[in-house]
Design a protein around this ligand. Structure first.
Ligand code: AMP
Length: 394
């Protein structure tokens, strides 16, 4: 029995069939270039990759095509799938635990689109299509914001007029919560200890940091939206809000243009023209000054957050790197933590250079803080959460 995990994002739909207890991924796939003349659907099943190219008008058509490919490959969705877990980006103040989806829940998720206009609408479409295709199994929403719901007031409150903030739901929500929670739990298991103080660095195309005390987050870098915080592939991260007013008044840009600039044409892409870290690395090796500056800004911001979270935690036990860049870039890990021996943080170059899919320590024996590389697995976390909700339906 397995759980189908659906991540219906702004530019692609990812899906995975997961066996929650073993953690095995039975099938996985991706639908991309939605709305373009030639869309792409890829399915990996039993070690074989199948690819189809055809026009995919919208997310609904994309998910339908994915279901069709799974069925063509011989997956009996109706009998094999016990639940569907949906990644939903924004849960607002309303949702802070995995939630069984009914019409009312779906409407509330759609209403939260005001807070997450780029993310919640495609999530809602994915849920609608999947419910239509698999009407007889429970569908469960797992929220990216949920883990950070209980952030301390001082960390979650923006210093703006309280009435305005309250009227418009303006607070720091935090995102990537499923990954931060999963990784911090993996760390606790690795040590067999629940009382650890950790900094988790989720460095993928989107990037975020969190400070976690004994399993509970006390701060995180993303805010009302996933735009705040670290420098990302295409997002600016922290920026003086005055920039927005300046662009409006002096450059005559409207709010959608500014939104697009900060979310899609900023970060590494804005500074160096590329958002893929591997390409950025090649450009730096070739002597590209823009690529070098983008990297330096990225590392500078990352170190600022690490320093801030060390102070917020008071005592630091673990720094955990995860996601595409965090798990794979030895250079980012080394540069993020360079020259911190005075703070008890020291990476071992040979351990850092080792490649592995397993959780592993890369700090020197003399380091008082243990530095770990922890592969994240949001799909598995969502599958397990969905299964738990499905098993507890009255
Ligand atoms: P994610 O969003 O977690 O899938 O991460 C995507 C990011 O990870 C992209 O910027 C990739 O360039 C980066 N990435 C993946 N593999 C590597 C690698 N071997 N070295 C450096 N960056 C990598």
């Amino acid at each position: 029995m397995s759980v189908l995990v659906v991540n219906s994002g702004s530019s692609s739909v990812k899906f995975q069939l997961v066996e929650p207890s073993s953690g095995e991924s039975l099938a996985s796939g991706l639908v991309e270039q939605i709305g373009e003349p030639e869309g792409r659907i890829v399915l990996e099943f039993r070690g074989e990759e199948t690819e189809k190219r055809r026009e995919i008008a919208d997310h609904g058509a994309g998910l339908s095509a994915a279901f069709e490919m799974l069925r063509d490959a011989g997956v009996e969705l109706g009998s094999e799938v016990t639940a569907v877990g949906h990644r939903v980006v924004h849960g607002g103040e309303v949702f802070f635990r995995p939630t069984l989806i009914d019409d009312d829940v779906l409407k509330k998720i759609a209403d939260l689109s005001e807070l997450a206009p780029l993310h919640n609408p495609p999530n809602v479409l994915g849920i609608e299509v999947a419910r239509h295709q698999l009407p007889d199994v429970p569908h469960v929403a797992v929220f990216d914001t949920a883990f950070f719901h209980g952030l301390p007031d001082a960390a979650k409150t923006y210093a703006i007029d309280r009435d305005v903030a309250q009227a418009h739901g303006i607070r720091r929500y935090g995102f990537h919560g499923t990954s931060h929670e999963y990784v911090s739990q993996q760390v606790a298991q690795f040590f067999g200890r629940a009382d650890l103080n950790q900094i988790v660095l989720h460095l993928g195309n989107g990037a975020s940091a969190s400070a976690i005390r004994a399993g509970d987050p006390i701060d995180t870098s993303m805010g009302l939206t996933p735009l705040e915080g670290l420098v990302m592939g295409t997002r600016s991260g922290d920026i003086d809000p005055g920039v927005v007013m300046h662009l409006r008044r002096s450059a005559g840009m409207d709010v959608d243009e500014i939104d697009e600039l900060l979310n899609r044409r900023s970060g590494l892409k804005g500074l160096a023209g590329v958002n893929d870290f591997r390409v950025l690395g090649q450009r730096i090796d070739d002597g590209d000054a823009d690529a070098q500056l983008a990297y330096d800004v990225y590392i500078h911001r990352l170190r600022k957050y690490i320093g801030a979270y060390m102070l917020a935690l008071g005592r630091l036990d673990v720094i955990a790197f995860t996601a595409g860049v965090g798990e794979n870039s030895t250079g980012v890990r080394a540069d993020a933590l360079a020259n911190l021996e005075g703070f008890g943080i020291e990476i071992d170059a040979d351990r850092n250079a080792l490649r592995s899919k397993d959780i592993r320590a890369i700090s020197a024996d003399s380091s008082t803080v243990t530095v770990l590389v922890v592969p994240t697995n949001e799909e598995l976390a969502i599958a397990r959460a969905a299964e738990t909700v499905a098993q507890n339906i009255d």
